[in-house]
Structure formats: structure tokens, C-alpha cells
Design a protein. Structure first.
Length: 94
């Protein structure tokens, strides 16, 4: 899901993926300004919850802020979609 968002965005380039650390390093380019960010996923197996940490490593803080807002909206929309599908399945819908 997260990789879909990053690869669909024209302004991001994935520069490093660490499967062991569940992290991704990306270069973000918007309006001629650049930013390098690191994304790391954490999970809690007991509650099946996930947390995403975003760190600006270098570059424009304005570009990072815009990216942070975009990824937040994307994940919020995906969460509502998943919750709706689970609720629909529990109610016997399709």
C-alpha cells in the first residue's frame, strides 16, 4: 500500500529499501525544491496496529511538510476504505 503511493507519485524516487528495518528512503522533488525523507513502519502484533514514522533527512522543510500532508491523507483514506470493507464483511455484505 505504501509502495503504491510512493511509486504512483511522480515527484518521489525510492533510493533505498531495507526489508530488515521496514524502512524506505525517498527523494522528493516539488516545484524545483528537493527533500530526502526516511519512512519506517512499526507494528504491534497483539493489536494488529501499525505506525509510520517519517523523518526529513535533508532538504526543504516545505517539501517535506507537503509530502507529510499528502501521505497522511492517503493513509487516512485507505484506513476508512479498509474499515468499511471489514464492517461490510461482518454484516454479510459484499
Amino acid at each position: 500500500m505504501l509502495l503504491d503511493f510512493l511509486t504512483a507519485k511522480v515527484t518521489t524516487t525510492i533510493t533505498k529499501v531495507s526489508h530488515a528495518k521496514f524502512s524506505i528512503k525517498v527523494n522528493i522533488c516539488t516545484d524545483g525544491s528537493n527533500c530526502v525523507a526516511k519512512l519506517r513502519m512499526y507494528s504491534n502484533d497483539n493489536s494488529r496496529a501499525f505506525a509510520l514514522e517519517l523523518q526529513r533527512r535533508s532538504g526543504s522543510d516545505l517539501v517535506f511538510n507537503r509530502f507529510y500532508q499528502e501521505i497522511g491523507c492517503y493513509l487516512a483514506a485507505r484506513q476508512k476504505s479498509v474499515q468499511f470493507k471489514l464492517l461490510n464483511a461482518l454484516e454479510g455484505g459484499s
